[in-house]
Unconditional design. Structure first.
Length: 129
C-alpha cells in the first residue's frame, strides 16, 4: 500500500466525515436508548443506518469526489456499513459480557469499525471505475 498525499487526504477527510457521521450515529443511539428506552441492539441498528447514509453522501461528494455510478458505489459502501453493523453488534455484545456501559462500548466500536471500513470503502466503493 502506497502512502501518498492523496491517501493521507482521503484518510483525514474520512476521519472528519466519519466523526460527523459517528456523531449522528451516537446522538441517535443515545436518544433511542437512553431517552426512549429502545433496546440497545435495535437502537444501534437504526443509528448506524443513519450514519451510513450521511457518510456515503459526504464521502462520495466531498472526500473521494466520485458521484458517478451511484448504485455500483452505494451497494459496496452499504454492504461495508452492514459489515460494520455486525462488527459493532459483536463489540457491544463483548462489552456487555464484560459489564461495560453500552455508551462507552458504543464509542469503542465506532473507532474500530471506522478504521476497518475506511480500507474496505477506499478499495471497493470509491475505487476508480
Amino acid at each position: 500500500m502506497k502512502i501518498d498525499k492523496a491517501f493521507l487526504r482521503n484518510l483525514i477527510l474520512y476521519g472528519i466525515i466519519g466523526g460527523l457521521s459517528s456523531g449522528l450515529d451516537y446522538l441517535i443511539f443515545t436518544l433511542l436508548f437512553k431517552v426512549l428506552g429502545v433496546n440497545e441492539f435495535i437502537a444501534n441498528a437504526i443509528s448506524i443506518h443513519c450514519g451510513i447514509f450521511l457518510s456515503f453522501f459526504l464521502n462520495s461528494r466531498y472526500n473521494f469526489k466520485k458521484t458517478d455510478h451511484f448504485w455500483s458505489r452505494f451497494i459496496p459502501f452499504y454492504l461495508t456499513g452492514l459489515f460494520g453493523l455486525l462488527l459493532s453488534f459483536g463489540i457491544l455484545w463483548l462489552g456487555g459480557s464484560f459489564g461495560m456501559e453500552p455508551l462507552i462500548t458504543k464509542l469503542v466500536s465506532i473507532v474500530i469499525v471506522a478504521l476497518v471500513q475506511f480500507f474496505i470503502n477506499r478499495a471497493a466503493a470509491f475505487r476508480d471505475r
